[in-house]
Design a protein. Structure first.
Length: 319
């Protein structure tokens, strides 16, 4: 009898933890020329945008739109998937599999391809200036790499190729402060990404990190844990513990905050959550049951985009 009561209590707590209020916004699925996994999306203004993805060991894909996502063109690049695109100061950088870093000019006419010494997957890029940016990656959970660059179109000036943690995402807080997250670890740099220090937070394979301001940041990961810092990544608190028995497991793949309090979180099985109170509570948006990989939001136009597997692209409006 006691065991039956215990099981009933656990079921009740799990169901209660799953219930979330619905957030109402307008969204639509856009026509896409791709059937591959799209890994990242970004826009330079209201109309011009880019998405990258592809299929491992087959080809990378670069999608472009000049009409706010109504139509897209597709170009295949290299022979492996692309993971992230970053556009800053008129420079376009794309990170991909086997340690490839692609750099274009603003018109996508001049391309430079750099391959890192360690041919592992590059997951993310973070940029402060042409003389200060990093690329990170790894594989097999316990292989991590971080490269710092002091100029475009060159090999890195500083390389860390023996991290015991796969690194998944990276974010500049200031020109000197950088935070990187990955398998069971959070790291911080105080010199722009040239050296790194581990921070006391564990228990999750962190896939994404975002700082809306130099002091406040958020990270989330593979089992559904969400953490927050209010001191620039020195210490972290758990807003949601994905390893707790009574908490429903979710795979969170990208987190984006447009202010210290307003943020978006996406992941597997169509997970699309929104918070307006700094992560204390979350509301859900009902999207199709598919893996969602990256989110972009342009606050100037109150418009956002989400990309996922099977070439799926979603557009939403939110004030």
């Amino acid at each position: 009898m006691k065991w039956q009561l215990f099981i009933a209590l656990m079921v009740f707590l799990v169901l209660a933890a799953c219930n979330k209020d619905e957030y109402v916004l307008m969204w639509t699925e856009l026509d896409s020329p791709s059937n591959s996994r799209l890994a990242d999306v970004t826009f330079t203004d209201e109309l011009n945008g880019y998405a990258v993805g592809g299929t491992r060991w087959q080809h990378g894909e670069l999608l472009q739109t000049a009409d706010g996502g109504a139509t897209w063109t597709l170009d295949t690049i290299l022979n492996n998937n692309l993971n992230e695109i970053l556009i800053q100061d008129g420079n376009i950088m794309i990170a991909g599999y086997q340690g490839f870093l692609l750099q274009y000019d603003a018109n996508l006419m001049a391309r430079n391809v750099i391959q890192m010494s360690e041919k592992v997957e590059l997951h993310s890029i973070a940029y402060d200036s042409q003389n200060n940016f990093v690329a990170i990656g790894g594989g097999s959970f316990d292989i991590g790499v971080i490269y710092h660059f002091n100029s475009l179109n060159t090999q890195p000036d500083t390389s860390f190729i023996d991290f015991p943690h796969e690194i998944q995402d990276v974010c500049y807080l200031t020109p000197n402060e950088v935070v990187a997250v990955g398998y069971g670890a959070v790291f911080k740099s105080y010199d722009g990404g040239r050296t790194w220090e581990a921070k006391p937070i564990q228990g999750e394979f962190f896939l994404t990190v975002n700082f809306p301001s130099p002091s406040i940041g958020y990270a989330a990961g593979f089992t559904g844990t969400i953490i927050k810092t209010t001191d620039g990544g020195e210490s972290w608190e758990k807003l949601r513990n994905g390893n707790r028995l009574t908490t429903k497991r979710h795979v969170f793949r990208d987190i984006l905050f447009t202010s210290n309090d307003k943020g978006y979180l996406i992941g597997d099985e169509g997970v699309f959550w929104i918070t307006e109170d700094g992560g204390d509570s979350w509301k859900t948006v009902d999207l199709p049951d598919t893996r969602l990989n990256a989110i972009f939001y342009n606050s100037d136009y109150d418009t956002g985009y989400i990309v996922g597997d099977e070439g799926r692209i979603f557009k939403f409006e939110d004030e």
